[in-house]
Design a protein around this ligand. Structure first.
Ligand SMILES: Cc1ncc(COP(=O)(O)O)c(C=O)c1O
Length: 374
């Protein structure tokens, strides 16, 4: 075995011994309390039919895009969709990336320069961490949602300052105090960047996100909206000014040096957005969230308060969280454990995702099982 392979084996052995082995699993027939398909769009037969009909109409016979956006992979339809989505979110402009991961690394690696400062909440998503690591700017972290700590860091910051948060945190389900943060950013001349991955489709009158629900769309520097969660498709858009869009087209390497999304994917995104305005999906999901919270708050349970579709149940270590998930899976519920180091040790958890298609009976049955676990 080569030295490199021995190294790989050693790392895998250590991971396995720590109980942190990651492996891929196939789809299952359990009740879904785990996917990010909050509104059921990813498997909606009616939306699928609409996407197919639109694809036949707009892009007959097209498979791949054939190149990057700057070469042969751009379409008038893609740019029209970007404008359409930007106006849905009341932004001046938007630029689509192949994924939320790509959007975040593109944005944060391209904009903050040496001498500038990136200040991030300690719980931001890996893609935002990776993006800021690719930048030459100074980096500071503040305690989760801790406004006082954020202000301390703002006082120490130099150059152009970028404060990076999620509106709804992907592992905790709680919301950032965006109003306070936006006021602080204004006070210190900092630029607020908000990842709306888990707020899109859930908050705002038609699912425009938490930024719009709070009326902060003109106060933020950039928003990242991902399409792989409530929108049920794939990809992401960065929303902001027309100048920001032009800058990203010129400098964001994860936009420039990659093959553009195929047109059928763009059509799927556009159809899913149109779908979002057809029914009151935000009301439907909040009914389910309220039902769950009503039941769970009657139990003496260690969780993180959340009015989003992401709910948690906290445990003391990896094996407790893993065993709890296994027991729920045996009872027919697809609930996954989130283990350290993905979350801090001592805060290992079950991450329970609620969906419009979870019935009241399923939610009641899940809470009953949770009650038996604690
Ligand atoms: C907050 C947040 N941002 C970005 C991403 C990445 O988005 P994508 O899955 O489209 O790459 C995720 C995905 O898990 C996320 O939770």
């Amino acid at each position: 075995m080569s030295k490199a392979h021995s190294f790989l084996e050693q790392r895998l052995k250590e991971r396995s011994e720590k109980g942190l082995w990651r492996s891929l699993k196939h789809e299952n027939s359990l009740v879904d309390f785990s996917s990010n398909d909050y509104l059921g769009f990813a498997h909606s037969a009616a939306l699928h039919q609409y996407i197919n009909a639109e694809t036949k109409r707009i892009a007959p016979g097209l498979n791949g895009s054939g190149g990057s956006r700057l070469l042969s992979g751009n379409y008038a339809y893609t740019e029209a969709t970007e404008s359409w989505i930007a106006s849905f979110h009341q932004a001046e402009a938007g630029l689509i990336f192949n994924s939320g991961y790509d959007a975040n690394i593109g944005l944060l690696s391209a904009i903050p320069q040496r001498g500038d400062t990136i200040i991030t909440d300690e719980l931001i998503h890996a893609s935002l961490i990776d993006g800021s690591r690719l930048s030459l700017a100074n980096r500071f972290k503040f305690g989760h949602n801790n406004i006082n700590e954020l202000e301390q860091k703002l006082k120490q910051a130099t150059g152009n300052i970028y404060v990076v948060v999620e509106s709804i945190y992907s592992m905790d389900g709680d919301a950032a105090p965006l109003k306070d943060m936006s006021e602080l950013c204004q006070k210190y001349g900092a630029n607020l960047i908000v990842d709306e991955a888990h707020a899109t489709g859930i908050f705002g009158p038609s699912g425009e996100g938490l930024v719009m629900q709070l009326g902060l769309q003109n106060a933020v520097f950039a928003r990242i909206v991902t399409f792989g969660k409530a929108i049920g498709t794939h990809g992401a858009i960065i929303l902001g000014s027309a100048v920001l869009r032009n800058y990203l087209i010129n400098f964001a390497r994860s936009f420039i040096y990659t093959t553009a999304m195929p047109l059928h994917n763009i059509i799927a995104i556009r159809c899913a957005y149109e779908w979002l305005t057809k029914e009151k999906y935000t009301e439907q999901i909040h009914q389910k969230i309220d039902s769950y919270n009503l039941l769970i708050n009657k139990l003496n349970i260690k969780n993180i308060q959340s009015t989003s579709a992401i709910q948690t149940l906290l445990f003391n270590n990896n094996s407790e969280a893993r065993n709890a998930a296994l027991q729920l899976q045996e009872k027919g519920f697809d609930v996954r454990p989130i283990l350290s180091p993905t979350v801090p040790a001592g805060q290992e958890r079950l991450r329970i995702c609620l969906h419009t298609y979870n019935t009241e009976a399923e939610i009641t049955a899940l809470v009953q099982q949770l009650k038996e676990l604690i």
